[in-house]
Ligand binder design. Structure first.
Ligand code: ZN
Length: 412
């Protein structure tokens, strides 16, 4: 902190004070307002706060928050402080706040909004950039993600001392990352393929087989990988196989964990040092933890887009465990719910399915079309009232998730 120029020091302290006021007055956790004010005083704040740190940036459509948490846990093995925006405030102000709150931390692990990655790379000069996956989100449909990949490609082309850790199984990610001078490729898997039937290089149809994907026209193909997710195991760069045995559920989280191990290795954390720390992560920003509600164990899963719903289905308790689906369409969710038609709900057949949220009727129509029986429920308590004991999994999109979390009185 002592090395910061005067204006940046003032900007940081104003930002910190505003954050504290914001928390005290109950206007949120203060992680954004502090950064907003700080940047107003010193527009270069992010660059100044990131200087002389080892910065890891994490981006992708899904899994950013969890992967950021897992990498932070792994890097903790080095015994030094790690700055991180653990609650997902992932634009410039949130990043400046996270760094301002940990002025002496030599490491920073930062989740970055997909659209801001090029600007944040420029400002923070990261040592590692992690590219997880890229698929349609509720707000930016298919064309937008191709544009995003193109911008990433341009941002990664520079000759900076930076390694990219990228998922080789996602063709769009592979295309964006392949522009970087140094890439560590990870076989992290890809379940959602609706956004990657075409070659990002030439637009031809991609072929897939057990070896991965390849373009028959231009030859662009899945790069050879150094880290592999294989069921519940990780195969590291040396070929050694270890069970992951995470507390976090689901294939998507195992994939996030392998990415975290690859980043850790680059920063000097061995797999044996990192794994116990990854296994200790049980909940990420309110997700995955079980909460008792009127005698029912409720587990919250966040899913914001079609690929995210597919991964959430994978995490559900075994059938016939009941599930509540909650969908809103406020601004953070995207107003358009047509993405509901991109998800195949037939995997829910055989379970009691409850439907709530502001857009429950849209969801009901969608389930009708898939011939999945369901009942409308009045919020979380409506569903809990019908489950009567036992367990209930909840899959909700962004604001529906926050509403249910508030109703359950959860802040963690
Ligand atoms: Zn091609």
């Amino acid at each position: 902190m002592g090395k910061l120029p005067l204006r940046a020091r003032i900007a940081t302290s104003i930002g910190g004070a505003a954050g504290r006021v914001s928390r005290l007055t109950g206007r949120g956790d203060g992680s954004v307002i502090g950064g907003v004010l700080g940047l107003r005083v010193e527009p270069e704040l992010l660059r100044l706060l990131a200087a002389d740190r080892q910065v890891v940036l994490v981006t992708g459509t899904n899994g950013k928050t969890t992967t950021t948490r897992l990498i932070t846990a792994a890097v903790g093995a080095l015994g030094q402080d790690v700055a991180s925006n653990a609650f997902g405030a992932n634009m410039e102000a949130g990043l400046a706040s996270a760094l301002g709150r940990a002025p002496t931390a030599p490491y920073a692990v930062l989740e970055v909004d997909e659209r801001y990655l090029p600007a944040v790379i420029k400002a923070t000069k990261p040592r590692v950039v992690v590219l997880l996956n890229l698929s349609r989100d509720q707000m930016d449909r298919a064309a937008e993600i191709w544009l995003t990949a193109r911008r990433w490609r341009q941002a990664l082309t520079g000759g900076d001392e930076c390694v990219v850790v990228a998922n080789a199984d996602d063709p769009l990610i592979a295309w964006a990352a392949s522009a970087a001078p140094q890439v560590t490729w990870v076989a992290a898997g890809q379940r959602w393929r609706e956004d990657s039937w075409c070659c990002p290089e030439c637009g031809s149809h991609l072929r897939r087989d057990e070896l991965g994907w390849r373009c028959g026209e231009c030859g662009f193909a899945r790069p050879p990988t150094r880290w592999v997710l294989n069921d519940d195991s990780v195969i590291d760069e040396t070929g050694q196989v270890r069970e992951l045995s995470l507390a976090l559920p689901g294939r998507a989280n195992r994939s996030n964990a392998v990415m975290a191990l690859a980043v850790g290795a680059y920063l000097g954390v061995t797999v044996d040092q990192a794994l116990p720390r990854l296994r200790d992560v049980r909940s990420v920003a309110g997700r995955y933890t079980q909460v008792e509600r009127h005698g029912t164990k409720v587990r919250l899963l966040l899913a914001k887009n079609p690929a995210g719903w597919l991964e959430a289905f994978d995490v559900l308790a075994p059938s016939p465990g009941p599930v509540l689906l909650a969908v809103n369409a406020q601004t953070p969710d995207g107003k358009d719910t047509s993405w509901l038609w991109d998800v195949d709900y037939r995997v829910l057949l055989g379970r009691p399915v409850y439907v709530s949220g502001e857009r429950r009727i849209d969801l009901a129509v969608r389930l009708e079309a898939d011939e999945v029986p369901f009942e409308l429920a009045d919020g979380i308590d409506g569903a809990v009232g019908r489950v009567t004991g036992g367990e209930l999994d909840v899959i909700a999109n962004y604001t529906a998730f926050q509403q249910i979390r508030a109703a359950l009185g959860r802040a963690d």
